[in-house]
Design a protein around this ligand. Structure first.
Ligand SMILES: NC(=O)c1ccc[n+]([C@@H]2O[C@H](COP(=O)([O-])OP(=O)(O)OC[C@H]3O[C@@H](n4cnc5c(N)ncnc54)[C@H](OP(=O)(O)O)[C@@H]3O)[C@@H](O)[C@H]2O)c1
Length: 281
């Protein structure tokens, strides 16, 4: 393949890992960022249509991370996709979420869009990222400051997944000879409660305990962390689904697509502690 693969969200949790993988495998990559810092990066801003045409020029395949933190990303993505398809785009791999079925508000509306508009498509529906326990995620910030994992999930379990495994699946979906044209629910190897996660963190030397709170309290915490109120409410509401068991599952997607089993939470945290990714504490 000689055309560059466009990676939106290229500096983010999954996009950065995907850029690393594609580059290491020798594929031409165009990494999109609002603040490009290297030659292979291009300036791209969802809110600035003037940056869109140059980003998609000559591109046939794209990893799509929709505008993050917006309650209604559909208009911006729809307009951008139209530009990209007119310029020759064929394949889109959309990052969505296990919590979001097609048609559901926000990301769910984008599933239908890519399935309808793109000749070749995959929708990635990963469970909660293992990397949420690290770095700038509100969960990780509170963990560092208070030793607590604050959620409204109760005893509900989640199939936490490593962002590196999501990137590996994205890579397969982008490069497959035959387009997948399917939705993929992606999990790690085990469904764990936040109390289970706290025990794993503690065993690794990061003292942690789970503090269950109400959805209302969690919404307020997300707002205090800087999320817009409607998005904060939406995020906190997902915890209620977890409490009721919606995320208590594991899938074979990582094994099926990459040929190797998904990374455990313990291994992902150990890897992060060893660097070069952000470390705990
Ligand atoms: N965290 C979870 O547990 C989880 C689980 C399932 C699904 N998800 C989904 O994953 C997505 C987030 O993906 P991620 O974690 O890979 O991303 P991320 O780490 O949150 O990074 C966001 C990326 O978007 C880019 N970006 C932000 N605003 C932009 C703008 N106006 N124009 C262009 N680019 C912009 C940023 O690039 P620059 O700053 O360089 O411009 C950055 O690379 C969300 O849709 C979320 O729903 C998350």
């Amino acid at each position: 393949m000689t055309e560059p693969i466009l990676v939106t969200g290229a500096t983010g949790t999954t996009g950065s890992r995907l850029v690393q993988r594609l580059t290491a495998a020798g594929h031409p990559v165009r990494a999109a960022s609002r603040k490009p810092s290297a030659a292979k990066e291009i300036r791209f801003d969802w809110g600035d249509p003037g940056t869109h045409l140059a980003a998609v020029a000559g591109v046939r395949r794209m990893y799509l991370v929709a505008p993050v933190g917006q309650a209604d990303p559909l208009p911006q993505v729809e307009a951008f996709l139209a530009t990209a398809l007119a310029a020759g785009l064929r394949r889109v791999v959309l990052l969505s979420s296990s919590a979001v079925p097609e048609g559901a508000p926000v990301l769910g509306e984008l599933h239908a869009l890519v399935r309808r508009e793109c000749p070749e498509w995959t929708v990635l529906r990963p469970s909660w990222f293992m990397q949420n326990f690290l770095g700038d995620h509100p969960l990780a910030v509170a963990l560092r400051e208070t030793g607590e994992l604050v959620t409204a999930t109760g005893n509900g379990r989640v199939g936490f997944v490593d962002a590196g495994d999501i990137a590996a699946v994205a890579e397969r979906a982008l490069l497959a000879d035959t387009p997948l044209n399917e939705e993929l629910v992606i999990t790690g190897p085990a469904a764990l409660s936040y109390a289970d996660a706290a025990a794993i963190l503690t065993a690794l030397g990061v003292p942690a305990r789970h503090r269950p709170v109400s959805v209302t309290e969690l919404t307020q915490r997300h707002i205090a962390a800087g999320y817009p109120p409607d998005f904060a409410a939406l995020l906190a509401g997902l915890d209620e689904g977890i409490r009721q068991g919606a995320e208590d599952r594991v899938t074979d997607t990582v094994l099926r697509l990459t040929g190797r089993p998904p990374c455990s939470l313990r291994a992902a945290l150990l890897g992060a502690m060893a660097g070069p990714m952000p470390t705990i504490g």
